[in-house]
Design a protein around this ligand. Sequence first.
Ligand code: 5GP
Length: 167
Amino acid sequence: MFAWTLRSAAGPAGAFRLSETPGGLTKLATMSDTIFGRILRGEIPCHRVYEDDKVLAFLDVNPLAPGHTLVIPKEAVATLDQLSDDSAAAIGRVLPRIARAVLSATGASDFNVLQNNGAAAHQAVFHVHFHIIPKKDGQGLGLSWSPLPSGGVDPGALRDAIVARLQ
Ligand code: 5GP
């Protein structure tokens, strides 16, 4: 009986709005509807390794190495640039501690922290997350690192542009 319309309300961030048109009722479906939102709400299970009032950490379901852990804010935003200072501080406070625990539990001493933003940057789940990926026994994150040839961009001008936006 209901006709739901689905339209993008937040571009590539992935948030969207569902409007129930006949009855006049409106339901908003936001970033909390990502798979990580569902994990946060306890709707689907995870192997939880850490939780406080602002942060949750759990094992990645498709690990690149044993102990591959995801650390997420409870704040439901898609990308790091959208994250509040409070949530950023909360994550920064616990990332090293969770990394130490992952290393100790897996026997790894090397690891990557990976944080993807946007589809072009390989983000698949549009709720901010940090990967902690142990690097051991040939497992872990593979990287292709291709520096640009020199001469393309004036680093001084770029520095000035970034600094101006941080004022
Ligand atoms: P991204 O490419 O967005 O940085 O990484 C998303 C990560 O989330 C992937 O490593 C993927 O394996 C993980 N992931 C996706 N769905 C689930 C899930 O339902 N449970 C858990 N624990 N991890 C998930």
